[in-house]
Design a protein around this ligand. Structure first.
Ligand code: HEC
Ligand code: HEC
Length: 294
């Protein structure tokens, strides 16, 4: 809580220019927040839970995770975190107490984010209402509940990096690569994983029958028969905007959520960049049988 004299002091030092800069950061941060779909895993929508207050179950082969409370509540959320702690958590997957995070939190993609984007993201999250609700403990299978195992996992599977523009690629492909590989983290679901739960870099976007919540995730590499090689940029952009495939099927499950909470809220030029980049990736022949519809 701010004490009265502190408030006066703050008002004295916070010039209108600072206030405006802060408002800009919050607005940019909201866009990053939507692109990254932070709300999805951290909000118990089915249980009508408050925004970002946690409790959403995520089923994985290792057990059930619950997205924690990341509202700015200082006790139950992340309200007491400094900028540095927030950036470190997303860029390195390590908590302020020095504990490693499970890759069910896609820091494995977010780590490449530009630090300035993460600061804007924090400004937005900290502008939202705090919720005093404790996070739920994960329910993991033995031995995965033992967090220090993750140090070993990280040595094998995680190399933090920051996105760098590729001067040999045009602006649009660079933007698409940043969005797909970092913020919108398409590969966290569309790239198959090895036995250790790490994404297989040689089979990017090739699809898997063992996706999140046990869902079948289609091949979205540009293979003409087993992937989306026959789709145009317009087909893809329109799916990301509306959730409708070129055959007018609507995508469901976790992709329905991605469209609703993330891609439908992005600018058309960003959706186009995503589509152009995806269609420029290596084509991988991997037939993923469509799940039977109930
Ligand atoms: C696919 C689901 C998923 C998405 C998307 C996701 N998170 Fe998380 N997040 C998790 C899970 C699960 C954990 C708990 C990890 C653990 O306990 O090791 C977590 C942990 C965190 C933590 C650490 C909280 C703490 O108390 O230590 C922060 C901060 C966080 N997420 C922020 C974000 C932000 C910001 C975004 C959007 C950029 C985001 N998350 C997107 C699943 C997700
Ligand atoms: C949380 C997991 C998840 C994420 C993240 C995700 N997808 Fe999907 N995606 C799915 C699932 C599951 C389906 C299958 C939906 C269905 O069959 O109704 C799907 C379907 C699709 C399809 C339809 C393919 C076809 O052959 O019908 C496209 C295209 C697609 N996703 C593109 C993307 C792009 C681009 C991104 C990143 C912006 C992305 N997805 C992020 C899970 C995900």
């Amino acid at each position: 809580m701010l004490r009265f004299p502190t408030l006066i002091l703050l008002l004295l030092v916070l010039t209108p220019a600072d206030a405006l800069a802060e408002a800009d950061a919050i607005e940019r941060g909201e866009y990053i927040f939507n692109a990254a779909g932070c709300a999805g895993c951290h909000t118990d929508l089915k249980g009508n839970g408050p925004l970002l207050a946690g409790g959403r179950p995520l089923e994985t082969p290792f057990g059930r995770f619950y997205g924690p409370n990341i509202t700015p509540d200082p006790q139950h959320g992340i309200g007491a975190w400094t900028d540095e702690q927030f950036v470190t958590a997303l860029k390195t997957g390590v908590s302020p107490a020095g504990k490693p995070y499970y890759p069910a939190f896609p820091f494995t993609s977010f780590n490449r984010a530009k630090p300035e984007d993460l600061l804007d993201l924090k400004a937005y999250i900290f502008s939202l209402p705090p919720v005093a609700q404790p996070s739920r403990a994960h329910e993991l299978r033995f031995p995965f509940g033992w967090r220090p195992l993750l140090w070993g996992w990280r040595m094998l599977n995680f190399k933090p990096a920051t996105f760098a523009e590729d001067p040999n690629q045009d602006v649009q492909l660079n933007r698409g690569r940043y969005l797909v590989d970092t913020l919108t983290h398409c590969g966290e679901c569309h790239t198959p994983r090895n036995a250790l739960g790490a994404t297989d870099a040689d089979r990017r976007m090739a699809g898997t029958v063992a996706g999140p919540e046990g869902q079948t995730v289609p091949n979205i590499s540009p293979h003409p028969d087993t992937g989306i090689g026959a789709w145009s940029v317009a087909d893809l952009t329109s799916l990301l905007k509306s959730g409708l495939t070129p055959e007018f099927d609507s995508v469901g499950g976790s992709m329905g959520e991605v469209v609703e909470q993330s891609t439908s809220r992005l600018l058309d030029e960003d959706l186009e960049a995503i589509a152009m980049y995806l269609l420029s990736l290596p084509s991988i022949d991997n037939l993923i049988a469509k799940p039977s519809t109930e």
